[in-house]
Design a binder for this molecule. Structure first.
Ligand SMILES: NC(=O)c1ccc[n+]([C@@H]2O[C@H](COP(=O)([O-])OP(=O)(O)OC[C@H]3O[C@@H](n4cnc5c(N)ncnc54)[C@H](O)[C@@H]3O)[C@@H](O)[C@H]2O)c1
Length: 425
């Protein structure tokens, strides 16, 4: 089949490359010409495992353009994979989505507009009206939300837990289902509103688990229990399961914060106060800030102290720093008068962290530091020569925001170690 993808971001590029790998002919369109030029030159503008290889492998069936007409030529399915960032009010900003919808020209054949972007429930119905108003009845509409996680997006796309397809007309849903032939996964067919809600509810369930285990960790700290052991013990209960039970310094990224806020606002706009989600969001905000308290308890005032943030991306395996805990932490530490240095193996912090010294290596970031804070669980940090790190630091203190290091090993190297929820205040 012929597929057009609007948006060459994290989702659009993975969708395009995977669809080409399934044998479809794909044209990816973006409005940023530098991105398209780079892609045409074989440079992939984002860090996502396996993506560059997949794009190269499927080069014959994968084209990039800035032109709407070129993307739509003979397309059977048009994917919308543009950004839907939060507005000031916390609602999803659908400006880019409307641009795509309003730019669709009249076509004689039946085409399907498939929504990959995460949108509020009710968006599909509004898109349908807008298309009908313009006489575009032959453009079908399908909600086909994306569940991939950055860092494992290619694998997630090819081996999903499920494929969700919500349609007004089942013929259009059938077309999108056929597009996924070759992928083994349960297919959930539904109405459009339910498909939209599945995406938001799935993310809400995941962030709820994160804030839940973080609160358990905080109580562990106050009572002397160890959250790692507790998580193992509860995760073995088949009714609970082990995933998303890793305590840390809170969730970030381009999806969880914005989607939980969007669902909260969607509920509020409909007159319902989603109290559980309100608490989940608040717990997450506090969790990021607790690190500052941990540092102050060990170091006293942070004025003039040097704190090294190890990891800037919101999670390992990606260069994405949108809503990353590192941004909040850097700002809070600077506000307390600390000098902040930072390192990340792939994220480019240019223009995002005013006044923060960006180091070329983790060891360089630790030069003269009073404390190291593990912000992102990069495997490189587990492999770091911590004896050498200690020798470069002014004071040997590690606050392990991801519980990824071995406290015994660090303490043997004369480090003070503090994790999240690891027993004792
Ligand atoms: N990032 C993820 O892991 C992920 C996972 C699931 C769902 N989503 C959702 O998918 C959507 C896209 O997310 P993303 O992270 O890929 O965003 P992104 O910001 O990385 O990419 C969006 C791209 O769309 C382009 N764009 C804007 N207007 C356009 C237009 N009119 N025509 C063509 N391109 C246009 C932008 O230039 C940008 O390159 C969002 O709604 C997001 O919530 C993201």
């Amino acid at each position: 089949m012929r597929v057009a993808v609007f948006g060459a971001g994290y989702v659009g590029l993975v969708t395009g490359a995977c669809m080409a790998d399934l044998g479809h002919h794909v044209v990816v369109r973006d409005i940023v010409s530098e991105k398209i030029d780079a892609l045409r030159d074989g440079d992939v503008p984002i860090h996502e495992e396996g993506l560059a290889e997949l794009i190269e492998k499927n080069g014959e069936r994968l084209a990039f353009t800035t032109e709407v007409e070129e993307a739509l030529e003979a397309a059977d399915v048009i994917y919308v994979a543009v950004g839907t960032p939060p507005t000031r009010s916390g609602d999803a900003d659908l400006t880019a989505v409307w641009t795509v919808v309003d730019e669709l020209p009249h076509v004689e054949r039946r085409v399907v507009l498939a929504m990959k972007s995460t949108v509020p429930v009710g968006t599909g119905r509004t898109v349908r009206h807008r298309l009908d108003e313009r006489g575009l009845e032959n453009v079908g509409y399908v909600s086909n939300p994306e569940f991939t996680a950055e860092g494992t997006a290619v694998r997630d796309f090819m081996h999903p837990d499920r494929i969700v397809i919500g349609s007004f007309d089942s013929v259009d849903g059938d077309t999108v289902e056929r597009l996924h032939e070759g992928i083994e996964a349960p297919v959930v067919r539904s109405d459009v509103a339910s498909a939209e809600m599945i995406k938001l509810a799935a993310n809400a369930a995941l962030v709820t688990r994160i804030s839940f285990i973080n609160e358990i960790a905080n109580v562990c700290e106050a009572t002397g229990a160890d959250v790692l052991t507790v998580a193992e013990g509860i995760g073995l209960d088949h009714r609970i399961g082990p995933s998303f039970l890793r305590a840390g310094i809170g969730f970030g990224g381009s999806c969880f914060p914005k989607d939980s806020l969007a669902l909260k606002q969607l509920a509020a706009n409909s007159g319902y106060s989603f109290q559980l989600l309100n608490a989940v969001i608040e717990v997450n905000e506090l969790q990021k800030r607790r690190v500052v308290g941990k540092l102050e308890r060990r170091l006293g005032s942070l004025r003039g102290k040097k704190i090294a943030l190890l990891g800037l991306a919101f999670k390992p395996g990606t260069d994405d720093m949108r809503e990353a805990p590192s941004l909040v932490l850097a700002g809070r530490l600077q506000a307390e008068g600390a000098e902040v240095s930072a390192w990340d193996p792939v994220a480019d912090a240019t223009g995002q962290l005013d006044g923060v010294e960006i180091a070329g290596s983790a060891l360089d970031a630790l030069e003269g530091a009073d404390a190291a804070v593990i912000v992102t669980e990069w495997p490189e940090l587990r492999e770091l020569d911590w004896a050498a790190a200690g020798a470069r630091m002014r004071n040997r203190l590690v606050v392990d925001g991801r519980n990824m290091l071995d406290p015994t090993e660090l303490r043997a190297l004369d480090f003070e170690y503090e994790g999240i929820g690891r027993g004792g205040p």
